[in-house]
Design a protein around this ligand. Structure first.
Ligand code: CAO
Length: 436
């Protein structure tokens, strides 16, 4: 019997779908629920299964065709009698042909069932082999001195997995180190960001609502976890007397405004920090930890943390050292606006060597931002305020700006960090800015 396979109802408000690809040809035998075509609606891509087993008789659509719900896609010969007419020139009788189809379908089902049984057998065998291998390796006699075993424990290396290169495969401390190195190299720079903590059932204590994290939240969470897990952070704090700088800022803000920018402490800090990075190139570098190399960059591109409705974004300002404060003020304003208006492009968020995070516009006396990998340091800026400062035997009211420097202790030592941050403070205090 010839049965028509039609496009079924897919979902509410969808009455048409496009043929992406056809998986069968005329003469093929298909089983119940076997996919015959890939279809695409404006909501999803899905497989179209046949609800009738048999032989494909006629395909009525082609790739790219739009098919309406209820329209015939193809016809199937079920091989169990019916109105099918004998085709011209066919030598076999109708009954013979149907018997053949039936036999073919039956055979296909049997073959598939056998294949499934075989697959299960192989899986069981493999499982047994794995267990055996595990048993063997846990019992494996390991030739290694107590000090080598201790080293392996300290490095988190399973000693029975180390290839011994000494006589009778004796494992040396060098073998353990080489094994540890190969593990690190295999894992590359990737850090598995996972949190095994099992959350309690909060609904026991009151109403809850679960919401999926949006893309930016997910990226920030992954990046911050990876940075925190891999970078041994140290934090350095200092304060800059920006009383004179404030006078400078007030004096020049109109000039910058005419050019379309806003002369803020962040723009000034961009300029000063770029100078500091030229003077202290390690802070502009990245660490290739696996190859034990330091990558010094000859350009100074800096990220600026921007608070947006969608969350934290860090657009990158390029060649900061080559730009004037006015240019930086204009560009910073434009970048922050683009980030907030969802106009920022992915490549504008990449390639920074160092970052500035200024929370001073909001408030707070200090904070310790996380270093963004692959940077090695970040400057945290808090809110400036007027404080009594003891100068030449008396307290004077001075505008003080609290700064913090978070840095990667694998590359930067405390004394270097203290010098770097002091340099920035002194540049702000002495209005070195006027000399740029
Ligand atoms: N101390 C005191 N006042 C400050 C200040 C500081 N450190 N920083 C900014 N201000 C003031 C500005 O002078 C301005 O005052 P007026 O409105 O009176 O002129 C106001 O705060 C707002 O500044 P701004 O935000 O317009 O300009 P900006 O260039 O200083 O900062 C930007 C730009 C993009 C850094 C900022 O808008 C922002 O988004 N900050 C948040 C960064 C963030 O989320 N960091 C956390 C990330 S976790 O690492």
């Amino acid at each position: 019997m010839i049965k028509e396979i039609k496009l079924p109802e897919i979902a509410d408000n969808i009455d048409v779908a496009t043929v992406v690809s056809i998986h069968v040809s005329v003469g093929d035998t298909v089983l119940q629920d076997e996919s015959i075509a890939e279809m695409e609606s404006d909501k999803a891509v899905f497989d179209l299964p046949t609800d009738t087993p048999g032989t494909i008789k006629e395909i009525k659509v082609k790739e790219g065709d739009e098919v309406k719900v209820g329209q015939v896609v193809l016809t199937v010969d079920t091989g169990d009698g019916g109105e099918e007419k004998e085709e011209k020139g066919e030598e076999k009788s109708e009954t013979e042909e149907k018997d053949e189809v039936k036999a073919e379908v039956k055979e296909k089902i049997e073959v598939e069932e056998k294949a499934k049984d075989k697959e299960k057998e192989v899986e069981a065998e493999e499982e047994e082999e794995d267990k055996e291998e595990e048993r063997k390796s846990s019992k494996k006699e390991v030739a290694a001195s107590p000090s080598v075993r201790r080293l392996a424990r300290e490095l988190g290396v399973e000693i029975h997995k180390v290839e011994g290169t000494g006589p009778y495969n004796r494992i040396s401390s060098e073998d353990v180190k080489a094994h540890a190195k190969s593990i690190i190299q295999q894992s590359g720079d990737k850090v598995t960001v996972k949190d095994d903590y099992e959350l309690p059932d909060f609904s026991k204590y009151g109403d809850i609502e679960r919401q999926p994290m949006d893309k930016i939240r997910k990226i920030t969470a992954e990046n911050m976890t990876a940075s925190w897990q891999t970078i041994p952070h140290v934090f350095q704090f200092d304060k800059a007397d920006v009383t004179n700088l404030e006078t400078f800022r007030k004096k020049y803000e109109k000039v910058v405004e005419k050019e379309g920018g806003k002369l803020t402490v962040t723009a000034i800090l961009l300029k000063i920090t770029a100078k500091a990075l030229e003077k202290f190139p390690k802070f502009n570098a990245s660490l290739d930890f696996n190859n034990k190399e330091i990558i010094y960059k000859k350009y100074i591109h800096m990220g600026v943390a921007v608070d947006t409705e969608r969350g934290l974004l860090v657009p990158v300002i390029r060649d900061v050292n080559k730009k004037t404060i006015t240019e930086l003020s204009v560009e910073l304003g434009e970048m922050a606006e683009k980030a907030r208006n969802k106009k920022i492009m992915p490549d504008e968020l990449q390639g920074g060597n160092f970052a500035i995070s200024n929370l001073g516009g909001i408030g707070g006396t200090g904070f310790t931002p996380i270093v963004y990998r692959p940077n090695v340091a970040i400057l945290g800026v808090s809110r400036s305020s007027t404080e009594p400062v003891f100068i030449n035997g008396e307290f004077k009211p001075r505008m003080m700006l609290p700064l913090s420097l978070s840095y990667d202790h694998r590359l930067i030592d405390g004394a270097e960090a203290a010098r770097f941050l002091r340099w920035i403070c002194e540049a702000l205090e002495n209005s070195l800015i006027t000399m740029f």
